[in-house]
Design a protein around this ligand. Structure first.
Ligand code: EPU
Length: 302
């Protein structure tokens, strides 16, 4: 979608938002797949209600992009614009055991920065790409921990009330790769309450998790992490592997040889290829195991 109307362009400038025409979502997602659209970068949280009123008044559909690391975007010209927060400096501020973190902060860098300040707990998430906002919305987790456990407070833009609101941790439900946030809520910042730990012991935890991840996941390749959620008590990766589907391809979309729940873009895969591969694998797992796998990856397909 292209924003051409000079009045809207002027309105965006007034709201201190930066408009970039024809941004490539393939360049903004870890899968390297996705078409083009206009990108609106938001410098000030406070401008969001005005910005979204402007877009709504002009019937412009939008989606919020975090780090693009758990996302499969459709091909071609996309029918909505993409909104993204500009990362402020600094993006993490400490107050005792509390870390005040901007949603646009990089998750891994935030974990390392907290470690340097003797705050731990999130070692398992090291190596998970993406922003803190994205991790929060999905309740990212790995190696027995999840970000939701440390959330004291979240500031977010709520599409339903069209206001910026603050939610206390107990008002939000954090489940396995799922939260009670609405799909059109936009994470703005979070206060995490983290346990004190010596830097050295956090570093050791980080080293162990990094090693486990390196040995089991295709880290150097373009992927969106795990494609499917694990069904209760089972592993999607193991089921796909048992079916002998590692290496199965549709175009350049391919089931990883290293971890069967990672589907990689081995060249110039399109969203169409990747969606076909996902559907094929889901069907085979359903046939063999009678389990309907649910997407873990978020799909923006028009
Ligand atoms: N396995 C296989 N073949 C495979 C992959 C896995 O046999 O191709 C087996 C493993 O040997 C192991 C079991 O399946 O016995 C589970 O595998 P793994 O430990 O790799 O964990 P997972 O359940 O596949 C989950 C998360 C990952 C997270 C890891 C580590 C989901 C969908 N996946 O993977 O998260 O990094 O545990 O905690 O919950 C993600 O969210 O994108 C993600 C990658």
């Amino acid at each position: 979608m292209h924003i051409r109307d000079p009045k809207i362009i002027a309105g965006l400038a007034e709201l201190n938002a930066e408009l970039q025409h024809g941004a490539s979502l393939a360049n903004m997602t870890s899968l390297g797949i996705g078409g083009t659209t206009d990108l609106v970068r938001i410098r000030k949280h406070e401008c969001l209600p005005g910005l979204l009123n402007l877009l709504d008044a002009n019937d412009i559909q939008y989606k919020f992009l975090g780090g693009g690391s758990n996302l499969l975007v459709g091909d071609g010209e996309l029918p909505w614009v993409v909104l993204q927060l500009v990362r402020p400096e600094p993006d993490v501020v400490f107050d005792g055991n509390l870390a005040h973190v901007d949603a646009a902060a990089d998750l891994g860098r935030m974990i390392t920065f907290c470690a340097k300040n003797d705050l731990g707990g999130m070692e398992g998430l090291i190596g998970v790409p993406g922003t803190v906002g994205g991790a929060l919305r999905m309740n990212a987790g790995a190696y027995g921990m999840q970000i939701g456990s440390y959330v004291r407070e979240v500031k977010l833009y709520r599409a339903a009330s069209r206001k910026i609101e603050v939610l206390r941790g107990h008002q939000i439900s954090f489940e396995y790769r799922h939260t009670s946030f609405a799909p059109d809520d936009m994470m703005l910042s979070v206060i995490l309450e983290l346990p004190s730990k010596p830097f050295k012991s956090i570093l050791e935890g980080i080293r162990i998790c990094n090693e486990k991840r390196r040995s089991s996941q295709p880290l150097g390749q373009k992927s969106a992490g795990c494609i499917f959620k694990n069904p209760p008590g089972a592993s999607a990766g193991r089921m796909i592997d048992e079916l002998g589907l590692k290496g199965l391809s549709v175009g350049d979309a391919r089931v990883s040889d290293r971890h069967a729940n990672f589907f990689v873009n081995a060249g110039h895969a399109t969203a169409k290829d990747m969606l076909r591969l996902i559907a094929d694998v889901r069907e085979q797992v359903q046939k063999k195991f009678g389990v309907s796998l649910e997407n873990e990856v978020v799909v923006w397909n028009a």
